[in-house]
Design a protein around this ligand. Structure first.
Ligand code: PMP
Length: 406
């Protein structure tokens, strides 16, 4: 066929630079600070294998069967108990939780149920690419909030909301999307003060907050900050969680926690999307949560990533502090550091130099809707071994000097 007559939505879709780069990462000798994929050594494979064996042999009538669209009740119950134990979140029941295919599909489903072509939504700049693509399928009407060291710019949020209200367009504003902990790509977290202020603003304008939190459990230093969900409850916040960074991304398990009316709508959208998430990995995750203490089993993972993060920060300090105008975030957890070079640098162009020198990073433009942040890049420290982190930062410095003719 010559013309597939793609829909207007399909015509808006683009391939992700990240996926393309991940292919390059396979080249021998290449050091990749690109993909935010967990170190496979952190997967509790023996424990999962033991649980899986039992789940398949003894619980096959559930684990190998279709399951309800909302998800396996063993997993949902175990997760609600985990939220209570780990974060003191109480008062929820099975109507408040649905299992999705990773939180990526939650982003897609929420976009389906909340956004029309003219809907307005607030996002950070830079933004997690997967959220930008999911939302852009329905509406391009994003409002960007610059990320500061303590999270999104709330002065800008208030100013824009006041303007939108004055223009009589509040009905179009659907949600504020927030990654509160160790932001992807920027590594920064929303401070407690700002969390409280954000909730006040959302209450004033009666707006929904979508709290996407894949990295909160990966804290390497400092005090845990209560989630927006814990602070404001299900009336105000819809919370996305995922097992991708704390157990295994291959299991493709995400969890959406929130008000029963919203969860019911997500369920209806999911019925049309995929009937149900895989029963097998859900039951395995559910039994795993019952039998093991997730926070306890994360301790070695946290120790490993903490070491790698500290090493990358030390190497950046050593190699980059003499380049005028360069700055980078200093996260307390998660998987990412955001490094910005002086204005005039274009990290997308610089990638070619990086490939030649055997180092990969993700250019900042990949995390913006308006192709800005061209002088920045995302560096991920979770996958490369320590030796490669040292060598990779040295190669990155060489790349910057070559590109900048310094
Ligand atoms: N949200 C954010 C902020 C992410 O960084 C990611 C993955 N990198 C996702 C959602 C999606 O993750 P998954 O579908 O594996 O749960």
């Amino acid at each position: 066929m010559k013309d597939y007559k793609f829909s207007s939505t399909a015509l808006r879709m683009k391939s992700s630079i990240i996926r393309e780069l991940l292919k390059e990462a396979m080249n021998p000798g290449m050091i990749s600070f690109g993909g935010g994929v967990p170190d496979p050594e952190t997967f509790p494979r023996e424990e999962l294998a033991k649980v899986a064996d039992k789940v398949i042999r003894e619980e096959y009538s559930h684990s190998l069967q279709y399951c309800p669209t909302e998800g396996d009740s063993v997993l949902r119950e175990a997760y609600l108990k985990y939220l209570e134990r780990a974060e003191g979140i109480t008062g929820l029941n099975l109507d408040n939780i649905i299992v999705t295919v990773g939180s990526q599909s939650a982003l897609h489903l929420i976009s389906e149920i909340l956004l029309d072509e003219d809907s307005i939504y607030f996002v950070s700049k830079p933004i997690y690419l997967g959220a930008a693509s999911a939302f852009a399928l329905r509406s391009l009407n994003h409002e960007d909030l610059e990320l500061q060291d303590d999270g999104i710019d709330l002065d800008r949020l208030e100013k824009r909301l006041a303007e939108i209200e004055k223009a009589g367009e509040m009905d179009k504003v659907k949600f504020i999307y927030v990654i509160p902990n160790f932001h992807n790509p920027a590594g920064v977290s929303l401070s407690l003060e700002k969390r409280k202020r954000l909730i006040e603003i959302a209450e004033k304008y009666d707006l929904l907050i979508i709290e996407d939190d894949p990295y909160g459990e990966l804290r390497y230093e400092g005090e845990h900050i209560p989630s927006l969900f814990k602070l404001a409850g299900k009336e105000r916040v819809l919370m996305f969680r995922t097992f991708s960074k704390v157990l295994s991304p291959g299991m493709r398990i995400g969890l959406v926690v929130g008000h029963e009316n919203l969860v019911r709508k997500v369920t209806q959208a999911k019925q049309a999307a995929d009937l149900c998430s895989p029963s097998l990995t859900q039951r395995i995750a559910g039994r795993y949560l019952e039998q093991y203490d997730l926070r306890e089993s994360l301790k070695p993972t946290i120790a490993l990533y903490k070491k790698k993060m500290k090493l990358m920060l030390d190497e950046l300090e050593k190699d980059f502090s003499d380049i005028p105008g360069v700055k980078w975030t200093k996260p307390s957890g998660g998987l990412f550091i955001w490094l910005c070079l002086p204005e005039g640098f274009n990290t997308l162009e610089m990638m070619e130099y990086g490939k030649k020198n055997g180092v990969l990073f993700i250019p900042g433009v990949a995390f913006t809707i308006d192709n800005s942040c061209e002088n920045c890049m995302r560096l991920s420290f979770c996958l490369p071994p320590e030796k490669e982190i040292i060598e990779g930062v040295a190669r990155l410095k060489k790349t910057v000097l070559e590109y900048g003719k310094m």
